[in-house]
Ligand binder design. Sequence first.
Ligand code: SF4
Ligand code: SF4
Length: 367
Amino acid sequence: MQYRTYGHTGQTVSALGFGGMRFEEPYNLEKSVNTVLCAFEKGVTYFDTAPGYCQDQSEIIMGHAILEMQKSGKPFVISTKSAKKNGDELRRQLEESLRRLNVETIDFFHCWCVMTLKDWEQRKSAGVVDAILKAKEEDLIRHAVFSTHLSGPEIRKVIEEGYFEGVTLGYCAINFPHREEGIVAAAEQKMGVVVMNPLGGGIIPNNEETFGFIKTRPEQTMVDAALHFLFTDPRITVALVGFRNDDDVDSAIHAIDHYQPYSPQEIQRIRTKVEKDFNSLCTTCMYCNVCPEEIRVWTFMESYNQHMLKGGDSVSNRLKYHWANKIQELERCTQCHQCEEACTQHLPILERFEELKKIVAAEAANV
Ligand code: SF4
Ligand code: SF4
């Protein structure tokens, strides 16, 4: 296992983090707790969960695992979150998380899923940040951090306001240009960076033919390659992998055991390929964030990627769980074409919208 220091907190954490959002049988407490303990025994020390994950069982599973991990006397940290929109509700949820996790202090507490700058301003006005900072003063929280799907420049703005010690964001070998500026800003402020979705929501390991170019050695698996790419970046503290079971833990541990850093030339080769050669893929660069109707075009286009590559969630789930969006947002589209004019990849956005509507309708009919 590799260990890194989380920003300027001085906290040492494993470079591979346990993402508690994918337990395959969340009501099977024994099996799920054993998966957490399996990762702990293999050196993982950063454990991430949230209210609502896995039919709201994830924090409960982690709480049971924590009781076992505490007996070992070995160090570990726990991360959880709240997306509540006002301070009082956030406080109530935080107290519930403490109870479910069986801890007196949460090591990393996230202001969860900041989606737009408007959302961020509203949360601040409603006392969310004040509630987090008060809980920190009371030692209920050790480090205040945030998680986000904002673009790089927007992440920079939140970082530079100076409330937080770290950020958790989606970032992987096939979409990294999108949030690059957020990573740069975090590094400038010496903040911790936790990367979620390092396997591209399942797209990378399920599409070796398309994404094999991220491998630098023939013996690498696709999981190895996706993680080695991230571990090479010293600005990234933790790559958070959502583990369904012990096998998922083993394949990520394999990656870290066989880690060799990529050379600058290898990183540049991958960057060039992602930026230039993936013409038909949305790179989630967000240059289409020009819609007068405030439609979040990139959320649909990225979900279309998933469908095209047949690697991950259904389109409806991708929209719902990754982007907190739904297909009905497209009803506001006036077909003004401004997003297409702004698209860096010159993608046929409106055509894809029409296809997506059909795909989502078909998914609903098959449920
Ligand atoms: S075409 Fe639709 S989605 Fe694109 S900018 Fe115009 S209204 Fe927004
Ligand atoms: S649709 Fe085009 S501009 Fe918008 S995020 Fe995707 S690649 Fe970028």
